[in-house]
Design a protein around this ligand. Structure first.
Ligand code: 4NP
Length: 172
């Protein structure tokens, strides 16, 4: 059997957020989680990253609309887009997909790694959203109006708090 990190008490020391382009939703989640982890004194305990299932935006900074909404909440986004790599399954404890389409695409991208070592727990980001009926997506705001980014920000904020609660619970 493949060694798994999906046991409900396995410590969470590394988290990868995944969306389609890695310029809107997952960089926001990365920035918010890092900021809130710092506030809780957990910064040194957690490795946080984000990636996209697609490669169109590799090397690019976050979408200015994500950067603006984060800045309004006192958070700077500093990531550069990268595509999910096959080795990510072994490099992270927890991989969180922003929507169900990302989750399906992730399965293929990660399978390419061969899966010999300890495999990340891979699930939907909003599985941790206290206001979500599971399974729920973070809507893609890329083609929509600007207020889509505020909707995403609110979802990301409350879900990241719940993720940090879980990180703390598993640390014991
Ligand atoms: P993200 O949003 O997946 O939240 O980063 C998107 C960014 C770019 C594209 C689609 C979604 N795109 O088609 O280029």
């Amino acid at each position: 059997m493949t060694d798994s990190r999906s046991h409900p008490d396995h410590p969470i020391e590394s988290i990868l957020f995944v969306c389609l382009g890695n310029i809107c939703r997952s960089p926001l989640a990365e920035g918010v989680l890092r900021h809130r982890a710092r506030e809780r004194g957990l910064e040194g305990e957690l490795r946080i990253d984000s990636a996209g299932t697609g490669s169109w935006h590799v090397g690019n900074p976050p979408d200015p609309r994500s950067a603006e909404v984060a800045a309004r909440h006192g958070i700077r986004l500093e990531s550069r887009a990268r595509q999910v790599a096959p080795g990510d399954a072994e490099a992270f404890d927890l991989i969180l997909a922003m929507d169900r389409s990302n989750l399906r695409d992730l399965a293929d991208l990660l399978d390419a790694g061969g899966g010999r070592g300890r495999q990340a727990e891979v699930r939907l980001f909003r599985d941790y959203d206290p206001e979500a009926d599971s399974p729920a997506d973070v809507p893609d705001p890329y083609y929509g109006a600007g207020d889509g980014f505020e909707v995403v920000q609110a979802m990301v904020e409350r879900t990241c708090e719940a993720i940090l609660d879980e990180v703390e619970r598993r640390r014991g």
